[in-house]
Design a protein around this ligand. Structure first.
Ligand code: ADP
Length: 493
């Protein structure tokens, strides 16, 4: 009998459920968007109950599609938007406040205050992260300081704090399991990534009581069980979305990396059982833990990637849809040397310049929409090279292949240019759902469906892009990009 795996992929804008067979084919997929709540400038919230309901609805939909015996569904994996935090009451199950989303910057001043107290180094040493409102801890503190009932219930031992995985698991297991995995815990600013425990000093800094936090498990472990139509299915895999994608891309060995081209880009490199300190503004984080084996990763992100293509579509209105950018870029005059630097909200690694703003450089009379579109796509590849250079410097690893996924990785022009720019192979898999596949893999390992070593045969390559621009020309183009970045930074700073 075939074995099937359910992946629940709880993202920032939608919840998805997917059923995979044991060859990683998608049997059924359903997706439901939910509301983005912006109460004030810089604030981003989700309704935790709406998230739960959207996830349950998509789960019911894939089950409805599933025509085989439900007993052949062996396990469930859960992957989720990271850092977003929920606080709820363990007796009535109700949240004290909306989920505060990773993008929310309401606690920037709180974090600045901690930076002024010279706590950045302690935090970096213990967590591998920078002291920033992006991560969960300051958001938890905000809930305690702003919801009197929440603070009161901490004393009574009734308040639970969890990232989205914990919130979903607690509800799906009928309130029996209050757990998370190491990859999600490592994004809270409260978890020591060397000792693999909630850290007392960090809890003190952020004013969080340890009793409010979930038990931290390995990524492929037993997380509880879900009753589906009287059939009991265990949850055996949990990981934050980017780590799950790294696993789904089978980047199991030290030095393997993936880049996800979504709204922004997220690049992660497996650094093995060794945690690498970044000197170039990257994060070190836990990739996953299987058995007693912990794997670490270096992570770098590009703030504006696919969203620059949305800007071409919705802002400039020069393309009908994202897919159309490929054809237009291929029609552009290759001699028109325009550079678009889409620093709409500043620049991330390795520049970390929040004041920078974007620019278009090198315009000539014959620059048209094709050239602007091409230059915007190019900017995704240049920014990826910026991050990858930082990663190679930190890790001293010379990358040979970059595995890719995410919406914009479908663009063949972009992938070819990426290969030209990095002078390495770009490997695009058939299954574009690396995130969901990653936790399906973790859950499948936990349920005994696969051995990790076998997964290389299950991941199937759709296309490999080889560099077809000579190294020297590639280098000259990149140097011009670096110069363009310098120009826009001197403009705004
Ligand atoms: P997210 O998970 O961040 O929502 P997705 O992985 O779904 O992102 O990718 C969507 C992004 O990819 C959008 O910003 C869109 O503009 C971009 N995109 C989608 N298809 C293409 C394409 N063919 N070429 C370039 N960009 C694309």
């Amino acid at each position: 009998m075939e074995n099937y795996i359910i992946s629940l992929d709880q993202g920032t804008t939608s919840s998805r459920s997917i059923i995979f067979d044991s060859n990683s084919n998608i049997i059924s997929i359903h997706q439901k968007e939910f509301k983005q709540i912006f109460p004030k400038s810089g604030w981003v919230e989700h309704d935790p109950l709406e998230i739960l309901n959207s996830q349950k609805r998509t789960l019911n939909s894939v089950l409805k599609d599933f025509s085989f015996d439900k007993k052949s569904i062996k396990t469930i994996g859960i992957t989720n938007q990271r850092e977003t935090i929920v606080a709820w009451n363990k007796n009535n199950g109700l949240p004290y406040y909306n989920a505060i989303v990773w993008q929310d910057t309401r606690t920037s001043d709180f974090c600045k205050n901690l930076i002024d107290k010279n706590l950045s180094k302690t935090i970096l040493d213990k967590t591998g992260l920078v002291l920033d409102s992006y991560f969960s801890a300051s958001k938890m503190n905000w809930i305690l300081e702003n919801c009197p009932k929440a603070k009161e219930d901490v004393e009574k031992g009734e308040l639970l704090f969890g990232t989205i995985d914990s919130w979903l698991i607690w509800n799906l297991t009928d309130r029996k399991s209050f757990v998370t995995d190491v990859s999600n815990a490592s994004r809270t600013l409260l978890f020591n990534i060397d000792t693999l425990e909630w850290d007392d000093e960090l809890l003190e800094i952020f004013g969080i009581n340890k009793n409010c936090l979930p038990e931290v498990k390995a990524s492929s472990d037993y997380f509880g069980e879900v009753n589906i139509e009287n059939h009991i299915i265990p949850i055996n895999g949990v990981a934050g979305d980017q780590q799950a994608a790294l696993f789904g891309q089978c980047c199991f060995e030290k030095g393997m990396a993936k880049n996800t081209y979504g709204t922004g880009c997220f690049m992660l490199m497996n650094t093995g059982n060794e945690r690498i300190e970044s000197h170039n503004g990257l994060l070190s984080t836990i990739a996953w833990k299987i058995g007693n084996q912990v794997t670490y990763a270096l992570e770098g992100s590009v703030f504006v990637a696919g969203s620059a293509i949305q800007w071409l579509r919705d802002g400039l209105q020069i393309i009908e849809n994202a897919t159309a950018s490929e054809k237009l870029a291929k029609e552009a005059n290759p001699n028109n040397e325009v550079y678009v630097v889409p620093a709409f909200v500043g620049l991330g690694a390795p520049y970390w310049d929040m004041n920078a703003r974007g620019g278009i450089l090198g315009l000539t009379r014959d620059t048209g929409i094709a050239e602007i579109t091409k230059a915007t796509l190019d900017s995704l590849a240049y920014q990826t090279k910026d991050v990858l250079n930082a990663m190679m410097k930190d890790s001293k690893i010379d990358l040979k292949i970059l595995r890719v996924d995410g919406g914009a990785s479908a663009n063949n022009y972009l992938m070819q240019f990426q290969s030209d720019m990095l002078q390495i192979q770009i490997d695009r898999p058939i299954c574009k759902e690396s995130t969901a596949l990653g936790v399906a893999f973790l859950a499948g390992i936990g349920a005994g469906i696969w051995k990790k070593e076998e997964l290389h045969n299950i991941r199937k390559v759709e296309k490999v892009f080889e560099p077809n621009l000579d190294e020297k020309t590639s280098e000259i183009k990149y140097q011009k990009w670096e110069k363009a970045v310098e120009v826009i930074r001197s403009w705004t700073n």
